[in-house]
Ligand binder design. Structure first.
Ligand code: PMP
Ligand code: GLN
Length: 375
C-alpha cells in the first residue's frame, strides 16, 4: 500500500546526487553557492548566547510577525494584522502543505498550472483532493480561458506560482486582471499564491496578490526567506491569509510543526531591520545577464528569463533525447547538472527544454558555460 504510488524521489535530489557522483558543476537544484551575508551570520552567532532556545509561540515570534508585517507594508503598501493574518512556517513547502491540508477536503478539485512545482500535486492527493493540471502556454504564461474552463462547482482552489519556477517568467498586469475577473465570477475558489521569488524580478516589478485588494479575502500568499536571504537550508518562510482561513490553517500548523525554529526566528527578526530586499532583483539580474552572455555562442537556445534564478533553454538543436535522458547525459559526460522540465508536466510532456540555476558565483557560472559551449 502506498498513499503516493506514483511519487518517487524528487528530481532535485536525483540530479544533485548525480552531480556529486560525477563531480559535475551543479546548476540543477535551486540553491545559491556563494557565502551568506556576514551580517546575518554575526546575528546568528550573537543569538547563540541569547535566551532564544525554547519554543516560540505557535504562529511565530510576535517580534518576527511584526517585522514581516512591516516588510509587506513597505513592499506592497498592504497593512496586515500581524497576529491574525501571518504565520511563520518551516519554509514555503510547509506553508503550502499546511494550507492544502487545512482547506482541501475529500473530492475538492484544485487547479494547478503546468509545468508546476513538484510539491503541489502530492499534497493535494494526500488531502484527498483532485488535482486538475492545466498547461501554461508554450511561452509558459497562463492561457486564462483554459483556466476558467477548468473551474467547476467542485473547484476549491487555484494554485499559482509567479514569478514562475521552472520557467523564470513573470506575470503582467493583464494577467492579474484576468485572474481577478475569473475569481470574481467564482466566489467558491480560493487562491494559493506561491510567490517565493517575489523579490527576484528584473525588467518588470513583480505584481503580488498582496497589491490586489480584490484578492485579499480569499488568498493565501506563500513567501520564503530561503530564496530572499540565500538561506535555503534554514527552511524558513511565512504565509499570509485572511483571519477566517488562518484559523483553519493554524489548527493544522500546530500539529504539523507546532512552532518553527526559535533561533532562526530571532535571527531573522534582527536581520530584517538591517537588510534591503529591494536590491535582490538587480543582484540576480547581473547573474542572469552574465550567464546569458557566457552562453551566447552555445548551441542552446536561451528562453526569456524575467525573474527567479532559473534560466530555461531548448536543446532541440543538440539532441533528440528525452529531456531526462539529456540531463543525465549532460551530467555524466559534460559534467554540468541541470533539471529537465518534463517532470513538472502531467504525463511528463517533453518539449526538449531544461533549466539552469544561475544562483552561483562567477567562477561556477564560467566553468559551467565553458563546458556547455563545447557541446
Ligand atoms: N515553491 C516554489 C515555486 C519553489 O521554487 C520552492 C523551492 N525552491 C518552494 C516553493 C519551496 O520553498 P522552501 O525551500 O522555502 O520550502
Ligand atoms: N525549489 C528548488 C528548485 O526548484 C529545490 C527545492 C528542493 O530541493 N526541494 O530547484
Amino acid at each position: 500500500m502506498s498513499k503516493l504510488p506514483h511519487v518517487g524521489t524528487t528530481i532535485f535530489t536525483v540530479m544533485s546526487q548525480l552531480a556529486n557522483q560525477h563531480n559535475a558543476v551543479n546548476l540543477s537544484q535551486g540553491f545559491p553557492n556563494f557565502p551568506v551575508d556576514s551580517k546575518l551570520r554575526e546575528i546568528l552567532a550573537e543569538n547563540a548566547n541569547e535566551n532564544v532556545h525554547q519554543y516560540m509561540p505557535m504562529p511565530g515570534s510576535p517580534l518576527l510577525l511584526d517585522k514581516i508585517g512591516e516588510l509587506v507594508q513597505k513592499t506592497y503598501q498592504r497593512g496586515v494584522n500581524a497576529s491574525e493574518e501571518i504565520l511563520v512556517t518551516a519554509g514555503a513547502t510547509q506553508g503550502i502543505f499546511t494550507t492544502i491540508m487545512a482547506l482541501i477536503e475529500q473530492g475538492d478539485e484544485v487547479i494547478i498550472l503546468d509545468p508546476s512545482y513538484d510539491c503541489y500535486e502530492p499534497t493535494i492527493l494526500l488531502a484527498g483532493g483532485i488535482p486538475k493540471r492545466i498547461p501554461l502556454d508554450n511561452n509558459f504564461l497562463p492561457n486564462w480561458q483554459r483556466v476558467e474552463d477548468a473551474i467547476s462547482d467542485k473547484t476549491r482552489m487555484l494554485i499559482t506560482n509567479n514569478p514562475h519556477n521552472p520557467s523564470g517568467r513573470v506575470w503582467s498586469e493583464s494577467d492579474m486582471i484576468e485572474l481577478e475577473n475569473i475569481l470574481e465570477k467564482n466566489e467558491h475558489v480560493l487562491l494559493l499564491s506561491d510567490e517565493v521569488y517575489e523579490f527576484i524580478t528584473f525588467e518588470h516589478k513583480h505584481i503580488s496578490a498582496h497589491s490586489r485588494p480584490k484578492l485579499h479575502n480569499r488568498t493565501i500568499t506563500i513567501s520564503s526567506f530561503g530564496k530572499t536571504f540565500h538561506i535555503t537550508g534554514w527552511k524558513m518562510g511565512y504565509l499570509i491569509a485572511p483571519p477566517t482561513l488562518m484559523l483553519e490553517i493554524k489548527k493544522v500548523h500546530q500539529f504539523n510543526v507546532f512552532s518553527v525554529n526559535s533561533i532562526a526566528q530571532a535571527t531573522l527578526t534582527k536581520y530584517l531591520d538591517q537588510v534591503d530586499v529591494s536590491v535582490l532583483g538587480s543582484f540576480y539580474q547581473e547573474k542572469r545577464d552574465s550567464f546569458r552572455e557566457l552562453m551566447k555562442n552555445s548551441k542552446f537556445e536561451l528562453l526569456p528569463c524575467e525573474g527567479t534564478y532559473f534560466q530555461t533553454a531548448s536543446y532541440a538543436n543538440i539532441s533528440n533525447a528525452t529531456d531526462i535522458e539529456f540531463c543525465k547525459e549532460l551530467t555524466r559526460k559534460h559534467k554540468v547538472a541541470t533539471i529537465p522540465i518534463s517532470v513538472f508536466n502531467a504525463d511528463q510532456k517533453d518539449n526538449k527544454i531544461i533549466r539552469f540555476c544561475f544562483a552561483k558565483d562567477d567562477q561556477t557560472l564560467q566553468n559551467a558555460a565553458e563546458k556547455l559551449c563545447k557541446i
